[in-house]
Design a protein around this ligand. Sequence first.
Ligand code: ATP
Ligand code: MG
Length: 510
Amino acid sequence: LTFDEFITHWASERPDTVVLEEGDDAITYSEFERRSRKIVGMLKGRGVEKGDRIAWLGKNARHYFELFYSAARMGVVMVPIGWRLAAPEVAYILQDTGAKILFLGEGFEDMAARAVSELTEKPELIGQVDAIAAIDKAEEAQFDPAGPDDAVLQLYTSGTTGNPKGAVLTNRNLFSLRIPSQEEGQPWSLFDEDEAILVCMPCAHIGGTGLGVMAMGAGIRSIVQAEFTPDGVLDGFEQGITRLFIVPAALQMVVQHPRAKTTDMSAVKYVLYGAAPIPLDLLREAVRTIPEAGFLQCYGMTETTGTIAALPPEDHSLEGNERMKSCGKAVAGVELKVIGEDGEELPRGEVGELICKSPSNMACYWNLPDATESSLKDGWMHTGDAAYVDEDGYVFIQDRIKDMIISGGENVYPAQVESAIYGHPSVGEVAVIGVPDDTWGEAVKACVVPKPGTQVDEADIIAWTSERLAKFKVPKSIDVIEVMPRNASGKILRKDLRAPYWEGRDRQVN
Ligand code: ATP
Ligand code: MG
């Protein structure tokens, strides 16, 4: 299926249902269908054709989603650019994609001008007010709809491990995975017509844009918030949102917000969370704070158009539940395997690299044929994540292979150590890294942001961790830091924490 088919379908089946809502502004499926043809008219009038790229620099906005869905109908590829990036990073993406037009969200004119000044081939810049005026004036245009395998979206990876890479995603990619479900017909894979999804994660990531696409595919309403704030999410609960997707760092801010105790959350059916490892104690706290909701963990990557494995609500019971450490089972239509260093499939229970075959696997990395070839082999996406799969098919992500610490010949996965330390009463946030060590090769170090009003005692945290983990996993040292370095998706930048310790040395990664 394609954007064009979904938009036409819902405009006739649910003409009066709202597709996109932002603040007091809303547009229904039938209104949007007509407006969308005007947007196509506006794009065509500016010489944009199928296969061309257009970009968006701004916070989440109804206007962005309207541009994206409309461009996708005719096979023009949208490139949303993270608004927290610095001007040279924005310039890099514009240069890489060769976008013809850069559409701007409110307040991004200066940033765009700075970014574009460095380019030899400059895109046309159109601010939000001008774009909306141009759309209002445009004629509804005819177009040749894009097919299932035409590219419609180019999303850059989060840049957690290196430079962001542009993942080229097609209609088929985006609509193959609109529901994180192991089988059709599970309750959370079905949407009631009156549901509303909160889109609060940045649209430059699959957890933002992808969620809007999921809602549009299901013919329901997306409530778009410009950016994530814990108050915004709590307001959303009070407005009756039924689902949302949120990353662990944001979930922590929501459940630890003083308002969380008094907010009416009874409308929420499902809380989808993922994109980074979640400490077990945080997950338990979240389940206790929002008891009305079914929790669904999502595991996936930009290159797989989001979720490829999901942990269903029934695996979130609070007592002695080993499965809560898993990111779940492969979703419908996805095959997962764990391979060893020579590419051989490993038996259940053994840790290796997780690989994935899925109709949601990206077409390619833009302009990176070598990277495409090494990550997509025979249709299998190599995730770069170390994992094992248990007898029942549950996937246990250990961590990124690049972040694994080898200490005295033993493999230590930082996420597991972080999860153990996180429960300590004086720990607000924690990241675990490997630092050079003459005896052990690498030594485990924890970087801790203290909980407000508490003092971190190194020996106490080490003792706490020793009670919970094997000796070789226990940090040899603790650094107290003020701010956790994170990227726009809230992911911890361990490479930045590692950098000062490895200056002038090469860190071996397998
Ligand atoms: P880059 O590829 O540029 O370094 P990135 O990998 O962070 O950045 P994304 O595509 O946003 O970019 O993230 C995918 C990665 O996020 C996965 O490979 C995995 O390491 C991590 N991840 C996603 N979901 C989960 C989850 N539920 N639990 C643990 N880790 C997760
Ligand atoms: Mg990645």
